[in-house]
Design a protein around this ligand. Sequence first.
Ligand code: SF4
Length: 381
Amino acid sequence: MRHVYLHVPFCQRRCSYCDFSIAVRKRIPAREYVDVVLRELSLLGVTDPGREPGDTAAVRLDTIYLGGGTPSLLPPDAISALLTSLRDAFHVTSSRDDVEITLEANPEDVKPESAAAWRLAGVNRVSLGAQSFDDGVLQWMHRSHDATRVGDAVRALRAAGVDNISLDLIFALPAELRRDWARDLDLACSLHPAHLSLYGLTVEERTPLARWISRGATSRPDDERYAEEYLYAHERLARDGYRFYEVSNAERDGHRSRHNSAYWSGRAYLGLGPAAHSFDGRVRRWNPGAWESYRLAVAAGLPAVEAEEVLTEEQRELERLYLALRTDRGLPRSACPPDRVTAWRGEGWVEVEAERLVCTPEGWLRLDALIRDLTNAGRAV
Ligand code: SF4
């Protein structure tokens, strides 16, 4: 296990489109959260899981990712306590920046003091939930920041020594919002983030957005807008030197997310906290989604695992296909029947690079259909 994910479930309100496993709290039970997560870690018996027998190297942990929810709602001393305990558990003794440590943050939580304290605690990458630079859109999303906070947050992080900054943006919003996607991308680029994550709006059940749509108060996001805005983002970001290395993620100057890249390469990872998933290469386990259920299980000294799934060879093959095609690593050409290679290239959905099939933006738009096509053709990696 070289990759650790911590799920911090707390948010101060629910965004209009969000169906994540969160606990809405005005007051964040930070002390209790830290105690419970560290108890889960000790119940798992994690001592030095990254070390091979006979291996004396001290550092094997590669990434830690604090996601949520809203991890930036935890006070800096709670974040510091979590990171110190993880370093101790994994015997990380070298320079703190050998390990990529990402914190997901909402722009309104980033102040000069918090940014400096996170950096001191070892955080060296921050993923900011910007979503848009249009205040009307941010209100519609039920976000609690306004557009100017995003730039303030980026500047505070840089002043504190955190240069590896990623911005999240959501596209394909309902037409009546009149969101100017080109303007939002221009404003995002003007902040020169190292990384951008772009997500198309999806309508999940039991969200305010689903209710607005069902009573006709807003329109359903449409596929045409999705395709148009997705392709435009590729073109616009390329102008500023960004390169998509995964269907939704673009970087420049080599700033890929090492943590997410581990997921996309099928590597093992350990998840801690409510709703967190773990994977050892064959078995996927997940914790209860509700904070209370998770907290009670761990407090009783029970494994927090709610369920597990042992992947069959067929499922693993399907995952390998999917993961390979969703990244710029691509699929070995030999894994794809020649007639599919010819057809996909003819349509402009893939390119061949060093004997690997790599999706073009148009290919990434129809990734699920390509996988279905490939599995129907009866071939696997
Ligand atoms: S901040 Fe993130 S996790 Fe929290 S409600 Fe909004 S989208 Fe969901």
